[in-house]
Ligand binder design. Structure first.
Ligand code: ZN
Length: 315
C-alpha cells in the first residue's frame, strides 16, 4: 500500500509519487437532475480510464485538487459511481457529477487545460413534465401541500436552462468541450460514447469490454438478478437490491420509446411554443421531427445547441 486509509480525512500526497504517473484530468457533466444524468454518467464511467464521482463530491474542493500537493484521494477513491475503479493509477479522467458551473469555471483562468465541460441537455418539454411531477409528489408527500403552480415550475425551469446555457456559452471551448443530447444518447449510445470519449482523447471501448457491477460493494457476494417491478441487481447476503441515484438501474434495458410521448400530452402545444420562442424553432424541431433517431444526430444537435447558445449569450 502506498498510503493508509483514514476515514473522513484527506490524505495529502503527491499524485505522481503515489501512482507513478501524472494526475488525472477533470471533466464536469453540467446539467441538473431529471436530465438522465445518471444514465449518461454511468455510461461514461464504464470506460476503464474514467472515474465518475457521486453528486456533490469535490465540487467546492477543486482548488485543493489543483494544488499539486493536495489530493483528496479518499474522496476520489471511495465516492465513485459503481463499479468503482480499484486502482486510481488506471484513471485518466475524473468526471464531476452535476457540479455548480461556477465552482468549475472559477478555475478556468489558471486550469483551463485540466478542465473539460460536457453539457447534457434534455428536451425541455419532457423536462418540464418530469419536474412538475417531482414537485407535485414532493409537495403532497413532504409538506401536505397542493400541486405546484404550472407557471412557477415553468419559470423556474426557464431560469435554470438560461443559467446553464449562459454558463456553458461564456466558458466553452468548442474544440475540447462538448454537448450531449439525452435523446440522441438514448438512441445511439455507442456513437455518443465514442464521440465524448474521443473528445477526452480516449479510445472507444466495446460494450463487452466495459466493467460491470457484478459483486456487492459491501460484502463482495456475487449479485443476482431479482424482479422488483423490473429486473434489478440484488445481494442475497445483504438482502438489498441495487439501484443508483436517480433510480438508475444497472441492468436496465435502454428504452427509447418514451421519447416522443410528450407529443400526445395536452399541455405540450403550449410548452412547445413557449420553448420555441425562448430557444428557437430549429432547436425544438430536433425533438418534434425526432432528428435524434438519425445516425449523425449528435453532431446535428451540437450545432443546433451552440447556435441557440450563441444567440442567448449575445442578449
Ligand atoms: Zn452484500
Amino acid at each position: 500500500m502506498f498510503f493508509k486509509r483514514r476515514k473522513h480525512k484527506w490524505l495529502i500526497r503527491d499524485w505522481q509519487k503515489v501512482y507513478g504517473r501524472p494526475k488525472p484530468q477533470m471533466a464536469a457533466l453540467l446539467t441538473r437532475g431529471r436530465s438522465g444524468s445518471h444514465f449518461v454518467l454511468h455510461a461514461l464511467h464504464s470506460h476503464p480510464q474514467v472515474a465518475a464521482l457521486e453528486e456533490h463530491v469535490l465540487g467546492g474542493q477543486l482548488k485543493a485538487y489543483f494544488n499539486s500537493e493536495l489530493f483528496p484521494i479518499d474522496e476520489i477513491a471511495e465516492k465513485q459511481l459503481l463499479p468503482q475503479k480499484q486502482n486510481l493509477a488506471s484513471v485518466d479522467w475524473i468526471l464531476l457529477n452535476k457540479p455548480k458551473a461556477e465552482d468549475v469555471t472559477y478555475h478556468f483562468p489558471f486550469q483551463r487545460d485540466n478542465l473539460r465541460l460536457i453539457y447534457l441537455f434534455r428536451n425541455p418539454v419532457t423536462l418540464y413534465y418530469s419536474w412538475k411531477k417531482g414537485w407535485d409528489e414532493m409537495a403532497a408527500r413532504d409538506y401536505g401541500l397542493a400541486a405546484a403552480d404550472d407557471d412557477q415550475v415553468l419559470g423556474w425551469l426557464r431560469a435554470l436552462i438560461l443559467d446553464e446555457m449562459t454558463s456553458y456559452g461564456f466558458y466553452r471551448n468548442r474544440d475540447i468541450d462538448t454537448v450531449v443530447s439525452l435523446e440522441s444518447f438514448t438512441c445511439e449510445s455507442d456513437e455518443n460514447l465514442r464521440r465524448v470519449w474521443a473528445r477526452l482523447g480516449l479510445p472507444f471501448v466495446e460494450a463487452g469490454q466495459r466493467p460491470r457491477l457484478e459483486q456487492c460493494p459491501v460484502c463482495e457476494t456475487r449479485l443476482e438478478v431479482q424482479e422488483d417491478g423490473e429486473a434489478v441487481l440484488y445481494c442475497p447476503r445483504c438482502k438489498k437490491s441495487y439501484r443508483a441515484a436517480g433510480g438508475y438501474n444497472y441492468i436496465g434495458e435502454i428504452d427509447a420509446s418514451y421519447l416522443n410521448h410528450w407529443k400526445s400530452k395536452e399541455k405540450s402545444p403550449y410548452l412547445y411554443e413557449y420553448f420555441s420562442q425562448l430557444l428557437g424553432t430549429e432547436l425544438m424541431a430536433f425533438y418534434d421531427n425526432e432528428t435524434y433517431l438519425a445516425p449523425d444526430s449528435a453532431d446535428i444537435f451540437e450545432d443546433l445547441l451552440n447556435h441557440t447558445i450563441d444567440r442567448i449569450c449575445k442578449i
